[in-house]
Design a protein around this ligand. Structure first.
Ligand code: ZN
Ligand code: ZN
Length: 343
């Protein structure tokens, strides 16, 4: 038997004893050492109105506990990260750069989910979405691979150049990671978050300009820093849906908007399509990472290219899962990492 956090219905999760999943010959059983709590886990628990079972936890780092006899490349004891979804790599979506829209990607998942002491990784996971963790990297930091990969794809979709300016709205972990990645690429970043604590964390993480935006000087600043052109890109990782319409005037002619956020309870917004047309604006979104982003994220973490302590400071044993949820929802902390082996 093992311990796992199970979703029991809207707003209800609990720590349960369930059987350790059995693996087939081509599969791997991973002992989960660290799993990040993602905003989407909270959406599933609190906004989803989903029917159980709902897998929770997908930012997994751990050790191979058992490798089936037909597994190649992994053996017991290997430290690994494993992503939850795996693209098929051959469908219409996969071949056109939308692996996260692949139907196989959406169907695949870890069994039973990352907030468990063990997860079963299928043959597809083992072949494509499981990566060995370089020795220099600790497991708590390695579980940031998936969210960092999300941020990498977020940045990749925008295809910005050195010297460009991007506005990032929302400085939660995805917003901040995206800002850090762009800063490394010599893109000037102006970050906004209503929460002064998140603004301070972003400041300490090396983001060029960060503000709460409460003084209403956001637009002046964007214009001043761009010779009055406007930002090359606007990246939205949180906020109300109307903010897209309200901040379109911050984007330069020919600029891009990228949405990486889900909106609750209301997700509709009214957009001025004449402005989109006459100003040749591009509206993008980015959902989940591609396999190459996972590999690049793990490389960056191992190379120490990203300051990670804002995300790894708060780790919780299984028994304190509810506290982790409370602190993240209450915006007391930026990110929580769950340690399923610690009781
Ligand atoms: Zn996530
Ligand atoms: Zn596919």
């Amino acid at each position: 038997m093992m311990k796992a956090i199970l979703y029991e219905g809207p707003e209800s999760v609990s720590l349960k004893d369930i059987p350790v999943p059995a693996i087939a010959d081509e599969e791997v059983l991973v002992q989960v050492e660290a799993c990040g709590l993602c905003g989407t886990d909270l959406v599933k628990i609190f906004n989803g109105h989903l029917q159980p079972p709902v897998p929770l936890g997908h930012e997994v780092a751990g050790r191979v506990a058992q490798a089936g006899p037909r597994v190649r490349g992994f053996k017991k004891g290997d430290r690994v990260i494993v992503a939850h979804h795996v693209p098929c790599l051959k469908c219409h979506y996969c071949l056109r750069g939308n692996p996260s829209m692949c139907r196989h990607f959406k169907r695949t998942n870890l069994d039973p989910g990352g907030f468990s002491q063990f997860v079963r990784a299928s043959k597809d996971h083992v072949e494509h979405a499981m990566l060995k963790i370089p020795e220099s990297l600790d497991l708590k930091t390695a579980c940031l691979t998936e969210p960092l990969a999300c941020a990498l794809r977020n940045a990749r979709r925008l295809d910005l150049q050195a010297g460009d300016l991007a506005v990032v709205i929302g400085l939660g972990s995805i917003g901040l990671m995206t800002a850090q990645i762009l800063s490394r690429r010599q893109v000037t970043v102006i970050g906004f978050d209503l929460d002064p604590q998140r603004v301070r964390i972003a400041q300490k993480s090396g983001v060029d300009h960060v503000y709460t935006g409460k003084d209403g000087h956001g637009e002046d600043l964007v214009m001043k820093l761009t010779d009055f052109r406007g930002a090359d890109a606007l990246i939205l990782t949180s906020g109300a849906p109307d903010i897209v319409a309200q901040r379109l005037c911050w984007v330069r002619d020919g600029g891009k908007v990228n949405i990486f956020a889900s909106f609750h309870p209301e997700s509709r917004a009214t957009l001025d399509l004449n402005s989109v047309y006459h100003r040749e604006l591009t509206l993008l979104s980015s959902y989940s990472p591609a396999l190459e982003d996972l590999r690049e994220a793990l490389r960056m973490l191992a190379a120490g290219e990203i300051k990670t302590d804002p995300y790894t400071t708060n780790a919780y044993p299984f028994e304190r899962f509810q506290e982790a949820i409370r602190q993240v929802r209450g915006r007391e902390i930026l990110k929580a990492i769950i340690l399923p082996q610690k009781g």
